[in-house]
Every structure is written in C-alpha cells, then in structure tokens.
Design a protein around this ligand. Sequence first.
Ligand code: GLY
Length: 405
Amino acid sequence: MNHRNSRYTLLIMLLLLACHTACIGQSKSTDKRFAQAQQQTRLMLREIEKAKHQEAGAVVSPRTLSASGELELVATKDWTSGFFPGSLWYLYEQSQDPFWLEKARAFTAPLEQEKVNGRTHDMGFKIYCSYGNGYRLTKDPHYRSVLIEAAETLATRFNPNVGAIRSWDHNADKWDFPVIIDNMMNLELLFAATRLTGDSAYYQIAVSHANKTLKNHFREDNSTYHVIGYDPANGQVLKKNTHQGYSHASAWARGQAWGLYGYTMCYRETGNKAYLWQAEKIAAYMLEHPNMPADLVPYWDYNAPRIPDEPRDVSAAAVMASALYELSTYSQRGSVYRAEADKVIRHLSESYTAPAGGAKGFILLHSTGSKPHNSEVDVPLSYADYYYLEALLRKQKLMNRHKLF
Ligand code: GLY
C-alpha cells in the first residue's frame, strides 16, 4: 500500500468510527427516552386508579390535567380515549415486556363499545390507535373483528353526494356537513378494513375522502383550512372556516400536522403520488415557515397574533415528527425530513418532558388543545405522548434499518 492509499484507508476508518459512535449515542438516547416514558407511564397507571375512585361515571383513559393539576379521565366516547391504550401498545412493542401487554389489553378492552358509535368520525383515533395497534402486535382475531365493525360504522358517515365522510354532528347551526382536516387520520382504519376483509368499499371511501380534501382544503400556499362546510345535497363548498385555529385564514398548527400525517399515510396505502406530493408541500410549509421556532415545536397557530408570546403546541410537533419519519422513507428529500424529525425529538425530550415523577405521569408538557375556546392551553395531552412514542419507535426502527410498515 502506498502512502496516499494508507492515508485514504485511515480516513475512511475514522469516518466509520465516527458514524458508529454517533449511532451508539443516538441509540442510547432513544433507550433513555423510552425508559423515561415507561417510568412516567407506571406513575400514570397509579394515578388513574386513584382518579377513577373520585370520578363519577365510566371513565377509562387519561386525557390531560385540569387547571388545578388534577388528572382528567374521559369516557370511551371521547375522541382521545384510544391514545393511552395506544401508548401502552407502543411501550409493549418497544420493550416486549408482558407487563405492558397486560396493561395494553386491559385499557383497550373497554373501548369495544365504540365500534357501533356512528355519531362521530373519530372512530380511527379511538379504535385504530387501540385495537389497530393491538391487532398489529398480537393478531388477536377478536381485535380484527372489532376493527372491521368499527370501519363499517365509520363508513355509514360517508355521503356519496359530497364524496366525503361527515366529521361532526355538533355545531349544526354553523355547518350542515362539516369536514375537518383531522378526518384524514381516520382513513387508516378504512384502509385496514379493506386489507382485512378483501372488500374494496372501505378503500374507495378513504380515497374519495382524501381526494375531496385534497381539492378543497388546501390554500395556494399549501396550508390547510380546518373546516370545510359542504352542501350535503350536491357537495358544493359552502364555507371555509376554522374552529380551533386563530382565524378562518390562518394555519392551525395541529391541523397542518394532521394533514401531513394523513397524506403520508394515504401514499403508503395507495401509492398515489399526488398524496406524496401533497405531504411534501405541507412539510415545506411547516419547516420553512418564518414563524416556525428554531426547535421546531410550533406555536398553536402559525399565524397567532402575538408570536413569540403565544403558547406552543407540543402535540403538533409530535404528530409532525412521526409523520416526517414515515415521509423520509418515501421522499427524495428523505434525509432532510429524517434530520428534522430527529431535531424535534431531541428538543421534545430535552426541553418539553415532564419532570420525573411529575405531571401525574404524562410524558410531555406544553400542548394546546383549543386556544380560541381557552381550553387545554399549555398542558400535557395524551395524544402528544402517543405520537411522541410512535415517533420514537419509528426513529428506532430507522436506526436499526427495519421497515416501518
Ligand atoms: N381532532 C381534534 C383535535 O385535534 O383537537
């Protein structure tokens, strides 16, 4: 070997060593984050037992903390009831510890009654996060049947004149047929139902809804409206509004994140490039927005009037990070998306986690539920924790060169 060659070999070896050390460092941080999540969730399990004794009625899952710091539990019909069971499934997936399996099963079971609740579009949030993860990890045939029945119920909300699923029944004075961007998240259950049954009807409903949303929800700059009000008789757009954002023309942070996640997932399920391009456009909107803070944890609305003196929304950051990891596996800009997702996770785990033994066992602080309603502002939320754990798992799979799906 001549002099130049040996220098070249040494350089390559040093580079490989540096990469290896960085990977070990990342893997250690991820393990530490999971350990912290497990510790907090064990505390949460104890807090739930205490809170259940004090609450009237059948409450099952934690949602947030009240202004006085009390743990707030919700009934199965609440849109957030599936996130805590889902988090338990993720802790089981990562640890393979039967303790988490038993807890995940126990917190999933009471949600079964929701499979016939046709009064809301939130079936995916409730049933796919709980039973969907449960079925993916256990192949329990009972979970399979719950998923199929739930998808059947969700499909009853599809209106062929509109070509979309009706999101809400409430606020009937404002909208006859409201469709919210969040509804994109519930399509995953329909895609799963077609895979499980071989019946393409669910798939077709999901695709129709995604196409209708693609057509009407997005503005020129690729930000999304929150609510589109349709005429149920002919599918005409009647209104373009917000409900949880700053204004009808603004970009509510979590809504943008639901859109990013929704179109990334729709691309996974269909291979339709239009969905991939939309996800990339939404990612660009968020990541390049002048009001996006350096730590990539957005304010509750990208156009909130008093930025930087506005609350952040950690839940939007967690949904965005999870979606970016998946998008990184499909897009030519994959390495950028993965690096940005890593950055979000680093900041969430360094600066937004609850102190050990605090916040009644929630993992993350500083989310915003609905600022205009002065509801759940700067609090922990069960869905922030759920998408954070999902993102951590995705990060770990990518580091280990495992497939995400
Ligand atoms: N889907 C309700 C929310 O994001 O607040």
